[in-house]
Design a protein around this ligand. Sequence first.
Ligand code: ADP
Ligand code: MG
Length: 197
Amino acid sequence: MTGDGPAGTAARSAPTRHIVVMGVSGSGKTTVAEGISAVTGLTFAEADGFHPASNVDLMRAGVPLEDAHRWPWLRELAGWMSDRAAEGVSTVLACSALKRSYRDVLRQGPPSVDFVFLEGSAEVIRERMARRSGHYMPASLLDSQIATLEPPQPDERILTLDVALTPEELVTAAVNGLGLLPRTTAGPAREVALPEG
Ligand SMILES: Nc1ncnc2c1ncn2[C@@H]1O[C@H](COP(=O)(O)OP(=O)(O)O)[C@@H](O)[C@H]1O
Ligand SMILES: [Mg+2]
């Protein structure tokens, strides 16, 4: 019996998409990920918000996290994407994902993950960081972030974009480059057209 499909409904729904906007602090991850969410309706999350309190304390004190601090956090993020995938919900996550090994943990979550890498010079990013307030990561950590960054390798599904573009241009480039569907503005999908005679 091969034609009927499984009893559940999952086979009927389109596969979910899971986007991670990556880059060093100040590169524009939150801005671009929120923009992608606004245009496409993908569910947005901020990876910083998944850190255990012990990690937040270290970052507030200006102490760079060790990898040992990061694995539980990355597994939590992979699990969040995987849980959303199981619900049929597509996601866009703002997450630095600086090392290949961090990205590999994220890839262990949902069936597929696409990354958008916001690439830019230290000068551009440093200037933005200096203007920003109310964020717990001191600008002094930018150097360590840049030293840690492992740029995308050829076998990774990563779209690289230049942070010198405007946020609007970056969101458009990401949506187009990833083949995401803009959410329709045509009105409620459930409204059934009445026959017009
Ligand atoms: N493409 C851009 N051009 C100019 N300013 C930007 C751009 N993207 C982000 N910004 C600004 O730079 C700062 C850092 O952006 P943010 O999204 O918080 O970065 P991240 O989440 O990577 O730390 C914010 O003040 C934001 O408004
Ligand atoms: Mg951010």
